[in-house]
Design a protein around this ligand. Structure first.
Ligand code: ATP
Ligand code: MG
Length: 452
């Protein structure tokens, strides 16, 4: 295994002071898989103050110290060094009552979650793999260290961590670990919203998300009960060949990675079961489902404490995911002004993913339509377009020269001009807009609403 020189330097320093130290956890797993680890964690027999002493020439970041973690900065990269520990009782199923520092690596490895995450490495000792982690890596298996029921009972977050690694690595979850996940899923209700949300996002971003969502929908439904009605909900529509949940899962997998696209995909049809009607020909309809889905999603994301800006984007995309403007410049401009042109690219990817989760025979035509709207969007958003008052080629100062006072009437006139530009009645060009403004004012005074 190829340790970065900074890691080798830190471990050598600790060793030289008499404290065994190892690279541990995710970085060992990723290196054995031939992947470049995104960070390197080090564990050691040294107590926090002993680490500080041994590494006194290094630059130390103080923030983790109260949790017994020393963070060292080398060449701009951060390395976390943690004293070997066992976790005490987990009375609230999440926070160990006490962390006990210990002097043996073996005890530290025993408290780790999965065999593939419980390996340590140092050049002089080679790989320490007490639980068959290497073999499980080869077999592509996620297996608890020790008794799965006990381990998930101590810390329910591990249930979602198992799904995270299954989704990211495409590994199967070992049968007993799997059984314990389903048996103990309800203990997820003890986990904080922020942690649930962070794990959910990582599950959604995995390459094997489709399999994980299908196999573990009951687990996610513990904190997302709104998903349950989607499962097995037949759509009775020639557009669809999957039930609402199967469709949703396909749309998630077909969406680009990232929190906004994947959350939008997960929730875009969540309101469908509530909106279902069947016509006399036996065809299913879901009138109004984007608005209902958007409303439900807003509540869910607030509950999960997702940051407001991301949540807002997700909700906006869901609200518009099924809106289909006529593919002509005027209708597309009107649509963009409602959506906000900045959202179009994300909306386009959601729409394409949505089509990929529908009846394949209907896809080519739908994709052609999306492309034709996209072509118009590209044309209309380049050059002199305006979708906001601030993008108009005239401003308040210009209108004041026509005698319009600052205040409400100014705002109304600017809005009117914007609407005219969007509707294609006037070019977004200074002279044209001034002329249009003058005409509006003349009309206004002849109607008795003069320039007050
Ligand atoms: P990632 O690549 O996602 O960072 P990772 O394995 O490094 O994966 P972390 O969440 O960074 O995951 O945790 C680092 C290590 O700490 C894990 O590999 C595991 O050994 C241990 N660990 C983290 N959380 C838990 C937990 N809840 N219970 C037991 N061990 C844990
Ligand atoms: Mg990590």
């Amino acid at each position: 295994m190829n340790l970065p020189s900074a890691v080798r330097q830190i471990i050598s320093r600790l060793e030289a002071s008499g404290y065994p130290a190892y690279a541990v956890g995710g970085c060992v797993r990723d290196s054995l898989m031939g992947k470049l680890p995104h960070d390197w964690d080090i564990c050691t027999a040294a107590l926090p103050e002993e680490i500080l002493e041994a590494l006194e020439t290094h630059s130390i970041i103080e923030s983790g110290l109260k949790h017994g973690t020393v963070t060292v900065k080398v060449d701009g990269y951060l390395y976390e060094i943690t004293t070997f520990r066992t976790d005490g009782d987990y009375k609230d199923r999440r926070h160990p009552e006490s962390v006990t520092f210990v002097r043996s690596l073996n005890e530290d490895l025993a408290r780790r979650d999965f065999t593939i995450n419980a390996m340590a490495y140092w050049d002089e000792d080679g790989l320490t793999d007490l639980y068959g982690g290497q073999e499980d890596l080869q077999q592509q298996i996620i297996r608890c260290v020790g008794d799965p029921h006990a381990r998930f009972g101590e810390d329910a977050l591990r249930i979602l961590r198992a799904l995270r690694f299954a989704s990211r690595l495409g590994f199967a979850i070992e049968p007993q670990t799997n059984q314990a996940i389903h048996d103990l899923k309800d203990s997820l209700s003890n986990i904080s919203a922020e942690r649930l949300c962070s794990e959910l996002l990582q599950i959604l971003d995995g390459d094997a998300v489709e399999t994980v969502l299908l196999e573990y929908s009951d687990v996610l439904a513990v904190f997302l009960p709104e998903l349950l009605p989607m499962i097995g909900f037949e759509q009775h529509s020639p557009h669809h060949c999957y039930d609402v949940w199967e469709h949703t899962v396909k749309v998630v997998a077909a969406s680009p990675k990232g929190k906004i696209p994947r959350l939008a995909a997960l929730f875009h049809d969540i309101g469908k079961p509530r909106c279902f009607t069947m016509d006399e020909r036996g065809r299913g309809h879901f009138h109004g489902h984007p608005a209902i889905s958007a409303e439900m999603t807003e509540k869910i994301l607030r509950r999960l404490k997702l940051d407001h800006k991301t949540a807002q984007a997700v909700v906006r995309l869901i609200e518009y995911h099924d809106t289909r403007p006529e593919p002509d410049a005027k209708h597309v401009r009107r649509f963009l002004s409602k959506l906000g042109p900045d959202y179009y690219d994300l909306l386009r990817t959601l729409k394409i993913a949505d089509v990929k989760g529908q009846n394949p025979s209907t896809a080519p035509e739908k994709l052609r339509y999306i492309q034709s709207v996209t072509d118009i969007v590209l044309k209309e958003t380049s050059g002199r377009s305006a979708f906001r008052v601030s993008e108009l080629a005239v401003g308040g100062k210009d209108l004041m020269t026509l005698g319009v006072p600052e205040g409400k009437s100014m705002g109304q006139l600017l809005q009117k001009l914007l609407q005219m530009v969007i509707d294609g009645e006037v070019e977004n060009e200074h002279a044209c807009l001034m002329q249009a403004a003058a005409a509006c004012l003349a009309q206004g005074s002849s109607n008795g609403t003069d320039r007050k």
